[in-house]
Write a protein that binds this ligand. Structure first.
Ligand code: PLP
Length: 346
């Protein structure tokens, strides 16, 4: 039987209907290529306005791996490295894209998916002197790969440490909308831009067909960036397709509405799971949640719903990853909880 609903990730659907409509409406309008079109220019303006950074440079790329690879490689000299959490996306899920550019990733054991200023400082201290690789960039993601969220004071601590040790702070915002929409969030998009040298705003996981908006806040990183994009195949002749989507996402509140919808759906799941008496690896904050279930319950649930078993907890229990999206309907979360209830009574 095909799955009733997929909680594998937040890109199981296509695009928000308004994005498709915007692509259709602008379809036959002739424009210049390679992101020099009027839609992309407007999208750049809207993003800069959102982060309150008129001097920032904004570039659109098709996917998150492009954004991470191109930003990080452009920020590093041949002998320099990037510090990241062991759970960081660039470490496990990008086929060695960073390493393939000749750069080491200095790995740190995370706390709830996050780097702390102390853990980063330890790496810096261990790499003193010209014979060691030189850590230069700190990579973090907001929300993290475990769905947790950096608070303002945690980002400020990292920024302070970066200033002390001449490090650059780069933020992977594949799910930045979900982090900003988190219940206990204490950051605005502009706060994040104030604290980072470079970042990207994820579109693919928040209602766009595809696309991420790279933001270069630090002016030293802006020169020649389009050449970096071109050399790595991410300067699209039809760059307008990305510009139109971001124009639509940011011309009003669609970007945040999508993120809030996904977080609300995850919270409904989390509440139902709590009510059945189960616990979580980390307190649910965004649209990725990690409950712990008996393996027998997981097997039964997976007959009707698609989701990943994450890690073994003990001989009879595992954590799973449930991800909701801008499109998750109430009937999907309700059906999941109903089935969990039935299985938990047995
Ligand atoms: C935090 C994070 N960064 C980057 C990526 C990479 O994005 P893409 O698969 O579009 O290359 C993902 C994808 O899941 C992600 O979760």
């Amino acid at each position: 039987m095909p799955h009733e609903y997929l909680f594998f990730d937040d890109y199981s659907e296509g695009a928000h209907p308004r994005i498709l409509e915007a692509l259709a409406t602008t379809n036959v309008q002739q424009e210049r290529g390679y992101g020099t079109d009027s839609f992309t220019q407007e999208a750049e303006r809207l993003v800069k306005e959102k982060i309150n950074k008129p001097q920032a440079h904004v570039h659109f790329v098709p996917g998150g791996t492009h954004a991470n690879l191109i930003c990080l490689a452009s920020m590093l000299q041949p002998f320099q490295s990037v510090i990241a959490a062991e759970t960081g996306h660039i470490n496990h899920h990008e086929a060695g894209a960073i390493e393939a550019t000749g750069h080491k990733i200095n790995l740190v054991s995370p706390t709830a998916g996050k780097l702390t200023a102390e853990s980063v400082e330890k790496v810096v201290m261990e790499h003193a002197g010209e014979h060691a690789v030189q850590p230069r960039v700190v990579y973090i993601s907001q929300a993290t790969e475990l769905g947790t969220v950096y608070r303002k004071n945690e980002l400020e601590d990292l920024r302070h440490l970066c200033n002390q040790h001449n490090l650059l702070l780069y933020l992977d915002g594949a799910r930045i909308g979900n982090a900003l929409a988190a219940k206990r969030a204490d950051l605005h998009m502009s706060d994040i831009a104030d604290l980072c040298d470079a970042m990207y705003i994820g579109g693919t996981k928040n209602g766009a067909l595809c696309g991420e908006a790279i933001i270069l806040v630090n002016q030293d990183l802006q020169e020649n960036f389009r050449s970096h994009l071109k050399q790595r195949g991410a300067l699209l002749a039809k760059g307008r397709a990305l510009g139109v989507q971001f124009m639509e996402l940011f011309k009003d509140d669609l970007y945040m509405q999508n993120a809030m919808h996904a977080n609300t759906a995850a919270q409904k799941l989390a509440d139902g799971i709590h009510a059945c008496g189960y616990t979580f690896v980390h307190e649910p904050e965004t649209n990725q949640i990690f409950p712990i279930f008996p393996n027998t319950v997981i097997e039964s649930l997976q007959q009707r719903f698609g989701f990943y078993t994450w890690a073994s907890v003990d001989d009879t229990h595992s954590s799973v990853r449930l991800v909701t999206s801008w499109a998750t309907p109430d009937r999907a979360t309700e059906a999941f909880i109903e089935r969990l209830n039935e299985l938990s009574k047995k």
